[in-house]
Design a protein around this ligand. Structure first.
Ligand code: HC0
Length: 573
């Protein structure tokens, strides 16, 4: 342990601790801006400077390690003036249209300005030439708001192993952008939106599709239906002050009905359907020498990553479309037929925790119904903005149920939203289908939790099935490399693009850096997802009565010709 003094108070911390962390232990909050725990610890913005006795210059506390007997001052006139100067210089070249910014009231720069008491900006000078890039179907870049903190660069490189954005040019002309200042749509960005989640300001945001939904809702000719992704039920409440991971499953139908949707359905329903198709696909490949390991295909950022960076695994991908896309295809065929509605009049809206889902819905393969199967994808943040605009406070909503038939689901569908959930849901069904016996232990806890890569061996009817689960694409890379190098022999792999799975998706409510230091949102929301599952009357996909009815009335059986036509797809290099 190391003993040091901060602002006259003694503190003991382990060797290797930074001054920033040691100060936190004493309840002293040093302001930060570029710092993001575990992701971006580069001391670039100089907001966290402190005086260290014996050192001539001010030191960036986020990267300055403690040492025995060190004396630190965090709140001297010199420190305060330095921080203010830095902040004012940043603001002097920043787009200050705060009231119209998507991050208004949730902006770390704005918050810091208030906390440091910035009342005017003493410096006025040259401004950099901004670039507004909205060609991507998922992500918008607005460099007029970028403060060059490089958090997005770290997230893209370190968390996702993608690395399509970097600081380009030098000095005052530095701009975070794809290579040769191209658009995100021209490079191998996977649309995951992890860059948005870490951006402290409004320089990165999702493509806003809310107007298209308002228009559809106002059109009397349209039958507007909405599906809610598994992870949204444990995150939307956060935007209405209900606490991280609050479960709002039953408040969502009430709120969306009041907004004007004709029917409120649940993606969990088609998550159950996916398990029926994918579970049977796994058994088919296992029993008939098909390509193994089978790799899940429901996370569109992962699919794009595989297409660009690991095309040698395309044949391993499950041919199942994601639950979002299965929903669209079923809505504009089975549901349309059953309800006697012209499918051209059905407008399908998805509410997803994900920005890549916007891209997925636009893929040319996703028109099995004869129309674009899903018309518009909104992120959790966008639906929250729409509800607020409509004057609907989710927190005050009564409990209501999803509509039938496409709103009926099981706990297995719900756990899709957390890393390991698709695997667990598949194992519940595959085990019972193969053995004909009821599972004694339904919770496959081996594949739960936020560890980057999880492995397990499950015995099914005498066969040892090796499974692996990875979340975050840098973890996916490790698993794929192990398979490629013959270091692992898996039968089934789940890969989710975002850390924590969909609960950590790029369209989810944004936590600032301070909150991320205290709380692992992936864990909190993931635990809530498992609570949703525990409280469901049915917890296995093959027990979903409406899925059974769908097969009986329309699809025939899993992997039938009709299933293939509507629910399966192929991938391209
Ligand atoms: Fe997910 Fe999904 S679980 S990808 O994270 O499979 O976005 O929540 O909707 O489609 O169901 C996201 C979440 C989904 C899909 C489902 C899958």
């Amino acid at each position: 342990m190391v003993t040091l003094t901060i602002d006259g108070q003694k503190v003991q911390v382990p060797k290797g601790t930074t001054v920033l962390e040691a100060a936190r232990k004493l309840g002293i909050k040093i302001p930060t801006l570029c710092f993001l725990k575990g992701i971006n610890e580069i001391g670039a913005c100089r907001m966290c400077v402190v005086e260290v006795k014996g050192a001539r210059n001010l030191q960036a506390s986020c990267v300055y390690p403690v040492s025995e007997g060190m004396e630190v001052l965090t709140n001297t006139p010199r420190v305060r003036e330095s921080r203010k100067t830095t902040l004012e210089l940043l603001l002097s070249d920043h787009n200050l249209e705060c009231p119209t910014c998507v991050r208004n009231l949730n902006c770390e720069l704005q918050k810091l300005s208030e906390e440091l008491g910035i009342k005017s900006i003493r410096y006025q000078g040259e401004k950099h030439k901004p670039k507004y890039d909205d060609f991507s179907p998922s992500i918008v870049r607005d460099t007029s708001k970028c403060i060059l903190c490089r958090r997005c660069v770290s997230a893209c490189h370190k968390i996702q192993g993608v690395g399509v954005i970097s600081p380009n040019h030098r000095g005052f002309n530095t701009m975070v952008a794809p290579v040769f200042d191209k658009s995100l749509s021209e490079v191998a960005c996977v649309n995951c939106g992890q860059c948005i989640l870490v951006c402290p300001v409004g320089a990165l945001k999702e493509k806003d599709d809310t107007d298209r939904v308002w228009q559809a809702l106002a059109d009397p000719e349209k039958h507007v239906i909405v599906q809610i992704a598994p992870a949204v039920r444990v995150s939307l409440g956060e935007e209405f002050g209900l606490g991280r991971g609050a479960i709002v499953t039953k408040k969502i139908p009430a709120a969306l009905r009041r907004m004007g949707f004709d029917r409120v359905f649940d993606t969990d329903f088609t998550a159950d359907l996916t398990i029926m198709e994918e579970g049977n696909e796994f058994l088919e490949r296992l029993n008939h020498g098909g390509k193994l390991p089978l790799i899940t295909s429901c996370s569109p950022g992962w699919i794009k990553f595989c297409e660009h960076y690991y095309p040698e695994f395309l044949e391993n991908l499950s041919t199942c479309k994601s639950p979002q896309q299965m929903f669209g295809a079923v809505a504009k065929t089975y549901y349309a037929e059953k309800m006697g509605i012209d499918p051209s009049k059905i407008f399908v809206v998805s509410v997803m925790p994900c920005t890549a889902k916007k891209y997925e819905a636009q893929r040319p393969e996703m028109r099995a119904s004869g129309y674009q199967d899903v018309d518009v994808v909104l992120t959790t943040r966008e639906i929250a903005r729409m509800l607020k605009e409509a004057g609907i406070d989710l927190a005050l909503m009564p409990d209501e149920e999803f509509d039938e038939p496409l709103g009926i689901s099981t706990g297995a569908g719900a756990i899709f939203g957390a890393t390991g959930g698709v695997m667990e849901a598949a194992l519940r069904t595959v085990y019972e289908v193969v053995t004909g016996k009821e599972l004694e232990r339904i919770d496959f806890t081996e594949v739960r939790g936020v560890e980057g890569i999880k492995e397990a061996t499950i015995e099914i009817d005498g066969l040892k099935v090796n499974v692996a689960v990875a979340h975050g694409l840098s973890n996916a890379k490790k698993v794929l490399d192990r398979v490629k190098n013959g270091e692992a022999n898996y039968h089934f792999i789940e890969i989710m693009c975002c850390p924590g799975g969909c609960v950590g998706g790029g369209g989810q409510p944004i936590l600032n850096a301070d909150e991320r230091m205290e709380l692992d949102y992936r864990e909190v929301r993931g635990n809530a997802i498992y609570e949703v599952d525990r409280n469901m009357p049915l917890r296995k996909s093959h027990e979903n009565p409406v899925v059974q009815q769908l097969y009986k009335e329309f699809l025939g059986h899993p992997l039938s010709e009709k299933s293939h036509e509507l629910l399966h797809t192929h991938y391209t290099k």
